[in-house]
Design a binder for this molecule. Sequence first.
Ligand SMILES: [Zn+2]
Length: 240
Amino acid sequence: MPPILRRVLPPLLLVLGLLGLGAALFLRWFGGPSTSNQLIREFLLNPSLRPQVSNQALRACPNAPFVLPSSGLIGLLWGDTARPYTPLRRHTGIDIFGDGASSTVPIFAVYDGYLTRLEDWLSTVIIRHDDPLQPGRTLWTYYTHMASRDGSQSYILADYPPGTRERFVSQGTLLGYQGEYAGVGAAPIAMHLHLSIVTSEADGSFRNEALIDNTLDPSPYFGLPLRLEDDPPRPIPCRP
Ligand SMILES: [Zn+2]
């Protein structure tokens, strides 16, 4: 080996080794790149594909307490890092993209509980439940984007006006319809339902849904592999 190589090779190998180790640790901590947006794009661009990749509303998997709240492609997963989310700000629930026009794809309660809609909630309801997997614990299911893109029309049923508190709804009750509302001035979104399972404060009130640490992995509640790292096929099959 020429002397120059003998001098350069060891530090070069060390640097390459450290780079490889860094990449492995990065992937371990932050997960691989998400393909969810690619799936969603294909779903939106290709109507004939939609029935083949959609899960059906009101279906429950064996031994799972919740029914699916809406029909469509389960696009973004729990913990997803696809845009606009990042490894440091992960998606807190699941996004279900329906096949149909805005305001026509129904959304149902996933489980028996008590519905609240705050005074300023145009497109959102939240339902309080006794946790079926941990009886005695309170959790909440949060449903949003139920309004027109410009916010001029809410798609939540008139039975649940703003200011509704603790109204009992049984599993499978119609709540409203999928819309495209993401807040005033927000970037446009494709029509979908965002659903998350939110934990409670010590006093039983719901925590801030926007933070993943305040949400639960929905997989055991639906009996479906719904975490980003599960990388499930579509439609998503029940867990074995
Ligand atoms: Zn979402």
